[in-house]
Structure formats: C-alpha cells, structure tokens
Design a binder for this molecule. Structure first.
Ligand code: GTP
Ligand code: MG
Ligand code: ZN
Length: 354
C-alpha cells in the first residue's frame, strides 16, 4: 500500500531525506504497547521494536514512538521485523498528564488533524467533560469537533445539540448514531482522505462501534454485554490507527476516565474565552476572579452573563494547570539533586544543593 494512504506527504518526505540516505525506511505507528509496535510501511504492516540508540536517547516516554508517529526504521524482511531508530518531528501531538503518580506527559496520538470529542446522548450531557477535551485539542493546536453519539437513544436531541453548541465555540458539532448510520456522512467533510482524526471520550460512548461503522467491517471489539456487567471496564484497551473506507485515518482510543491537561494555560483561556474577555475589566490586573473587589468576571457571573458552572470549571482547570506547572518547575532541580546524590555514592552527607 502506498504510504500516502497513511498520510505521508512531501513535507514528511523532505524531513526524511537524511534517514533515507542512511538506509532507513519510513513507517507510521499503528499500535504501540510496552515498546512493541506495529508499523505501516511501503512493504506492508510489520511488527517493530526500538533500537538501543533510541531507547537510550529518549529522556522521557513522550520521546518514544506514539500511535500516529512517523518513524525511521531499519527493516529486516527475513525476520519480518523492523527496528525503529528515530521519531520524525511531530506536526501535532495530543498530550495529557499521564494518569500515573508521576508528573509525566503522555502522547495519546501524534500527527493528528482533527480531534473528535465523543459525548454520548441518552443520559445527561456532560458539558464540563466536553470542555476539557476541547481544551486538550486547543493545547495541541488540533482542530476539534464534537460528536454527539448514540443519537438513537437521545430524548431531546435538539436540546442536546444546542447545549453542545453553547460550549463548542468554533468547533463543529455533529449528531451521529453508529447503530442506525444516521449522521455518519457529516464526518466525511470534517475528515477528508489521508487526514488523521482521533476519537476521544468516555468509555461506552460508542467510539469503537463508530470506528467499525466507518471501516465498513467489525474490527474493533465493542462492549456487547449489558453495560451493568462491565461497569468500570473498557472494551478497548489500547490506541490504534485505522484506515477508513473513506480513505481517512482514525485513531480509536480506550475511554478516558480522567483527563488532565499537560500545559493548558492558553488552551483554557481559549476554551473559556468569555471569561478571558471580561478579565480586562477587573480592577486588579492580576485578578484571579476569586472574590477580589472590583472583579468584572464575578460581576458577570452574578448577573448571569457568565455561566457560574463554566466559571467553576475554568477555575478548577486553572488550579490543576498551575499546580502542575509549579511541580514541573521544581522537577528538574529535584532530578539534579538525585543525580548528585548518586554521584556522591548515594551518601546523604553534608552536600546540600539548593
Ligand atoms: N443505541 C446505540 N448503542 C450504541 C451506539 N454506538 C454504540 N452503542 C453501544 O454502546 C456500547 C459501547 O460501545 P463501544 O463502541 O464499545 O464504546 P467505546 O466508546 O468504544 O468504549 P471503550 O472502548 O470502553 O472506551 C455497546 O454496547 C454498543 O453497542 C449507537 O449509536 N446507538
Ligand atoms: Mg472502544
Ligand atoms: Zn476578576
């Protein structure tokens, strides 16, 4: 299959010249799990591992290949194996703070053109959650769209659509049902052939069912049993890039229970732009809108011009972002102290570094 089918283009090719000269072949990461990968290459799909060089050079896991990455690989056809030597610079990356205890960036998908935020109908629409995913897209400078899924279960789809539009800003909102096929044709103009989309949203939103519908075949496992039997479990367990029948590419992801931004300050302001727009009216230039006198944002919330729920969500996100930024600023200093400690033979002696 030609690589253009997977989104390869002249810019990537130009970036690849040096690698090509060294005998490497380009490949796109279809799946990535614990340092084993599956690549789409000009010679077909092939499993891949990391080279020692790349593993050694990576300073954090976000430097390692992620689904959607283009990589330079050495292909060993006899062994049916490729070895990834380097990752091409990413055009975009959807990054969140990893759900583990450590403050680490996790790349959910790379080289993505469109983030599809899946939000299921049939229950209460979770606008605050949609806002977080929109902020994630904006942080990554990826175009977002909101997909209201399971439309056949909706009680009042027009009201849901209006509520979603109210938080979506410039992002388009589509209403789809993978079960009946309704609304699926609205996706094609959003995601043209050779472009890459990523589906994100809570577990059970119907992401994989949608992927199957767009593939025209049942490739992704979906949750078949009654929801109650699988409460808290994910039907999809790893991220994967698919080539759709339309010629577009789509990354299916496991449902995200939590979504913490990695570096969200700008994206948060953009997502809650009505709040940012009022801030210049506050008496203090560094007003945090947390009860300072002369706060134009609070006044607007009191008058009902700004939705108090959105203001609360904005503040929560900002607090998370600030505390992470603070920890990140301390991180390297701490790492440096650890390095010194190791160099000093592990002694916790009198060496004190500040
Ligand atoms: N009525 C209806 N049910 C749907 C629709 N799409 C998906 N479902 C059902 O919803 C359940 C969850 O669908 P999945 O596609 O597995 O959801 P998911 O978002 O991939 O979930 P995770 O993989 O856990 O993140 C399944 O039982 C589907 O059959 C739809 O459009 N209408
Ligand atoms: Mg799934
Ligand atoms: Zn204020």
């Amino acid at each position: 299959m030609p690589l253009t089918r997977f989104g390869w283009d002249r810019d990537f090719e130009a970036q690849f010249e040096n690698h090509a000269r060294e005998g490497f072949a380009p490949g796109r990461v279809l799946t990535a799990s614990r340092e084993t990968y599956r690549l789409a290459t000009a010679a077909g799909e092939i499993p891949a591992e990391l080279s020692g060089r790349l593993r050694f050079a990576a300073e954090s896991s976000s430097d390692l290949p992620a689904v959607g990455d283009w990589v330079a690989a050495r292909i060993y056809p006899g062994d049916g194996l490729a070895v990834v030597d380097s990752v091409l610079p990413r055009r975009s990356a959807l990054v969140r703070r990893s759900s583990g205890r450590r403050d680490e960036a996790q790349v959910l998908a790379a080289n993505v053109d469109l983030l599809l935020v899946a939000a299921p109908l049939g229950g209460e629409l979770r606008e605050r959650r949609i806002e977080r995913f929109l902020a994630l897209a904006r942080e990554a400078k990826v175009r977002p769209a909101v997909l209201l899924t399971k439309a056949d279960l909706a009680v009042d789809p027009a009201a849901d659509l209006a509520a979603a539009r109210a938080v979506a800003g410039e992002a388009p909102v589509a209403v789809v049902s993978a079960r009946t096929g309704a609304g699926l044709d609205a996706l094609e103009p959003l995601l043209p052939p050779h472009r890459t989309g990523a589906l994100l949203g809570p577990s059970g939103a119907g992401k994989s069912t949608l992927v199957n519908a767009l593939l025209g075949e049942r490739r992704q496992t979906t949750r078949e049993v009654r929801d109650g039997d699988l409460r808290g479990r994910h039907a999809t367990t790893s991220r994967e890039l698919f080539t759709l029948a339309s010629g577009a590419l789509l990354v299916d992801t496991p449902g995200l229970r939590e979504l913490a931004l990695w570096d969200g300050a700008e994206a948060i302001a953009e997502t809650y732009d009505e709040i940012a727009a009022r801030a210049p009216g506050c008496r203090f230039r560094d007003c945090r809108h947390e009860g300072e006198p002369g706060c134009a944002v609070r006044a607007a919330a009191d008058e009902g011009v700004i939705d108090p729920d959105r203001l609360a969500a904005f503040e929560k996100l900002r607090r998370e972002d600030e505390s992470l930024a603070q920890r990140r600023a301390l991180g390297p200093a701490r790492a440096e102290r650890e390095r010194w400690r190791r160099m000093m033979g592990g002694s916790k002696g009198p060496v004190k570094l500040r």
